[in-house]
Write a protein that binds this ligand. Structure first.
Ligand SMILES: *[C@@H]1O[C@H](CO)[C@@H](O)[C@H](O)[C@H]1NC(C)=O
Ligand SMILES: *[C@@H]1O[C@H](CO)[C@@H](O)[C@H](O)[C@H]1NC(C)=O
Ligand SMILES: *[C@@H]1O[C@H](CO)[C@@H](O)[C@H](O)[C@H]1NC(C)=O
Ligand SMILES: *[C@@H]1O[C@H](CO)[C@@H](O)[C@H](O)[C@H]1NC(C)=O
Length: 304
């Protein structure tokens, strides 16, 4: 049993010696990152005398006799080919070996878009929603990182390292959000970035979606909700302040035993010098909820 394992290790070592260092073939550069439609040229050099040296590839295949250098050259690479292989046939053992080029052909996406999944119109504070980011025609997906932003803040990063495809593909990412009222009008964006390594373009090429502006509905909140007691003094104005936040903007109504001037009836703030003593109730409402506040206006007390 133990011997078997040892034998296998030996066999594996002998097989692997046919490439790598023992292969006597050096690719310059050993890794190339090429943009779709760009030119590429890689030389394969033998470190010992060689009979035949060549490139095996669907595009740009070539070979030389008794020349220690051969080039793989394509003026405009637009085909999603297998990685080219440089092979050498030598006079001495190991007689034959090959070296695969680490080739990355990339394409920035045609379009990156962001939208609501299964929802339209404004969101409601505290409920869960899904946003969808779609990236069209990008390659290779395994180098893609999708970053989600709310304003300037990165909120989620989606990596696609496990994706096998090297030819252009469409990919998407979803973001689950539970918006708060402070996120009303927030801008969501997603950025598709191709991180191709040190041989790739710097900074990494990226495409950003148009922003999606969140509209978050939330119920009214009266800024100073406690009941207010106000003293009337002859000739002075008093202010009843019912200002509330809310989306959609709250609508105000006032109730009192006394008739109020009609123009005041739908204001957030009522300022008057002619209010009669009594209780005034204001209601701020929108389609989600309504909130009320009371003002108790007291008659002028006889001064000391
Ligand atoms: C070897 O190949 C290179 C180009 O790949 C060429 O410039 C050179 O002349 C060749 N040498 C011989 C001896 O054929
Ligand atoms: C979309 O919403 C409908 C009803 O609101 C639901 O039946 C459906 O499963 C949802 N689809 C997805 C993909 O979430
Ligand atoms: C209103 O008058 C009462 C007593 O008459 C006093 O205690 C209270 O502080 C006054 N309120 C204001 C806002 O002036
Ligand atoms: C009403 O009250 C709010 C909060 O207390 C304040 O910000 C606003 O300036 C007030 N408006 C007026 C007209 O007094």
């Amino acid at each position: 049993m133990g011997n078997n394992v040892l034998t296998w290790i030996l066999v594996i070592c002998m097989v692997s010696s046919a490439s790598g260092e023992g292969c006597s073939l050096v690719l310059k550069p050993s890794r190339v990152v090429v943009g779709f439609g760009e030119s590429v040229s890689v030389s394969c050099e033998a470190t010992r005398p060689v009979h035949v040296l060549g490139w095996e590839s669907v595009i740009g295949a070539s070979y030389t006799h008794e020349n220690r250098s051969v080039q793989w050259k394509v003026d405009s690479l637009i085909d999603w080919i297998e990685e080219p292989i440089c092979y050498g046939v030598f006079f001495t053992a190991p007689r034959q070996c090959e070296e695969k080029l680490n080739l990355v052909l990339f394409k920035t996406p045609d379009r990156v878009s962001i939208r609501h999944m299964n929802h339209s119109g404004p969101m409601v504070e505290g409920k869960e929603y899904e946003l969808l980011c779609e990236v069209q025609n990008i390659a290779p997906v395994q180098y893609l990182t999708l970053r989600w932003y709310r304003g300037q803040t990165e909120v989620y990063t989606h990596s696609f390292v496990d994706s096998p495809s090297s030819s252009p593909a469409q990919v998407s990412s979803t973001l689950v959000i539970t918006p708060t009222k402070s996120e009303n009008e927030a801008e969501y964006k997603c950025v598709a970035e191709l991180e191709l390594g040190p041989e790739g373009p710097q900074p990494p090429p990226s495409v950003t979606s148009e922003p999606l502006i969140a509209s978050v509905h939330f119920p009214p909140t009266i800024l100073s909700p406690e009941t207010e007691v106000l003293n009337l003094t002859m000739g002075n104005e008093i202010t009843l302040n019912c200002t509330a936040t809310g989306n959609p903007a709250p609508v105000y109504t006032w109730q009192s035993l006394h008739p109020m001037q009609e123009k005041m009836m739908d204001e957030a703030v009522v300022t008057s010098s002619s209010l009669l003593p009594g209780t005034y109730t204001c209601t701020a409402s929108n389609l989600l909820d309504q909130k009320s506040k009371q003002f108790i206006v007291k008659a002028k007390t006889k001064g000391i």
